[in-house]
Design a protein around this ligand. Structure first.
Ligand code: ZN
Length: 318
């Protein structure tokens, strides 16, 4: 079976809070000076990535998923399950929350809710995120929202490059200005905005809020999830599993020379190059890798090796 990795052409999205770092740091062709999101590995209809190489060149990832499920270990489900993005927050994102699968299916008629996680690639000094809230109950949360007690309700957390945050569905959150983040998430675009700083959108009007849905789906009280990193240090590589949960496993791989052969323990592998360059060896074929590449290693690749100086975020559905 074909073992060629699928290199993807990302879909780029303008956002009122976006900037130019997706071009300046990653070399993507951005549509404007306020570009917020690069959907690097995406089969979502709101931003489909297109395959750049091999027999499927020109097809979308969604088309490959529909017609060539064997590349994905015959993984079940009508929709490709995951979405990998890079976000450039020049300004603050809205304070928001996402539903779980059951709520998303019942109320929005979409296949997935949205559990997500963030790896902080880079950020300005003293950058923050909003992560969770202080209300002890749903009633207290509703009251604080009604009374616009944002300062006391929202929990702000300082961040630095290399930090990692797990944001299960129901977590109140906002990525704030100065952060460049790689996000691994369920393939969903369902967002409930609870607060948008009363700022105008592109058309001068405020963006829509979804107060009732936010109150319904917010986890009350907020509880920080426990994270346990599992590190495997080799002579020329370090593998850090950041998260393994119901929907996905996410790892940070740092290659400083050679690593491999790495034996497959995933149905298929999503790979994004955060830094450096090098090459990926599958069978006896070499594929060059560079910063900004997004690719999928198909299930037919039983082992892979990596050479070079590379920082990667890799993920897989579980
Ligand atoms: Zn979010």
């Amino acid at each position: 079976m074909d073992k060629t990795p699928l290199f993807l052409q990302p879909a780029l999205h303008e956002k009122i809070w976006g900037g130019t770092r997706l071009r300046d740091q990653f070399g993507y062709q951005i549509p404007s000076e306020t570009t917020g999101e690069c959907w690097g590995i995406s089969a979502h209809p709101n931003g489909p990535a297109v395959i750049k190489n091999g027999k499927l060149a020109g097809k979308t990832l969604a088309e490959a998923w529909a017609a060539h499920r064997e590349l994905f270990d015959n993984y079940q489900g009508d929709a490709f399950p995951l979405l990998t993005k890079i976000l450039d927050a020049k300004a603050d994102l809205s304070v928001q929350v996402h539903p779980n699968d059951a709520y998303a299916r019942a109320k929005e008629h979409v296949p997935f809710g949205k559990t997500e996680c963030w790896y902080i690639i880079d950020c300005d000094e003293n950058s923050e995120i909003v992560y969770g809230h202080t209300a002890p109950s749903r009633e207290a949360f509703r009251k604080a929202v009604d009374e616009k007690k944002w300062n006391s309700l929202l929990r702000r957390v300082k961040v630095k490059p290399g930090d990692f945050f797990y944001v299960p569905s129901g977590t109140i959150h906002a990525i704030c200005s100065g952060c460049l983040i790689l996000e691994t998430q369920q393939s969903s675009d369902t967002t409930y905005r609870v607060y948008d700083y009363d700022r105008p959108g592109k058309d001068g009007k405020r963006r829509e809020l979804h107060i009732e849905q936010s109150i319904e789906v917010a986890n009350c009280p907020h509880v920080d999830p426990e994270l346990t990193y599992r590190v495997r240090q080799e002579a020329e590589a370090k593998f850090t599993e950041l998260l393994r949960e119901n929907y996905f496993a996410v790892s940070h791989w740092e290659i400083r020379g050679h690593a491999g052969p790495i034996r497959k323990n995933w149905p298929f592998l999503l790979m994004s190059v955060l830094n450096g360059e090098g090459s990926l060896l599958i069978g006896d074929e070499h594929y060059s890798l560079k910063k900004g590449d997004h690719l999928i290693v198909p299930s037919s690749a039983e082992t892979l090796s990596l050479t070079g100086t590379l920082d990667l975020i890799v993920s897989n559905p579980v």
